[in-house]
Design a binder for this molecule. Sequence first.
Ligand code: FE2
Length: 225
Amino acid sequence: MKDSRYNSFFLIHNGLRTVLFETAIQLQQSDLSDPQCTTTEQVEDILSMFESHAHGEDHFFNEPLEEKDSRISNMFLKEHEEDHRLGQVLSDLINQWKNANDHQERSTVGRNLLYAFNEFIAFNLYHMNKEEIELNAVLWAHYSDEEIKATEQALVQQVPPDKMMRYAKWMMRGNNDEELYHWLKEVQLFAPQEVFNGLFKIAQEELPAERFHQLQLKLETQKVA
Ligand SMILES: [Fe+2]
């Protein structure tokens, strides 16, 4: 069922869920005893994406919410602290993995890395659901959709363009045609041309040809988001 109110977290969370799911499979298929294995780099990339994402949510949503509902504001700030702790466990393990002396040690640390990544996924799946259900309910009670969209705009604008494109890759992979159309149409209508061009290029790279073709057609022919 679609929310009747604006869910500011949905597109980006679908992107983040997708990178977690895809990396989980990749990690299981990787030979982590091999020092050349690059899956750990993708885990580091995930940590950097989740860290900035949580920081943006804290600064733009959770901290200002303190004056309206301090219990919910603190609950989500605390969850981000736990998220950071789980990320730190992972980055410590990645360092151990990089510095392992032999095949056996790398393999053992690699197994622990897989378990720690699963804990990170499990926590974040619950956490993102909770933001979309409990945090949204409180945001909706205190702010209009226009205010929430304006906050989201301010949040998006402080993300450096290269980082935005890294999120965008997973958002393209993780959202359905309808969501992608609304997102890109809004960008086409209201953002600078180069932002739209950058996203359009990622859509072309990430979507299957037929889905991309339909999206392109709709963006060319329909006038409203
Ligand atoms: Fe969050």
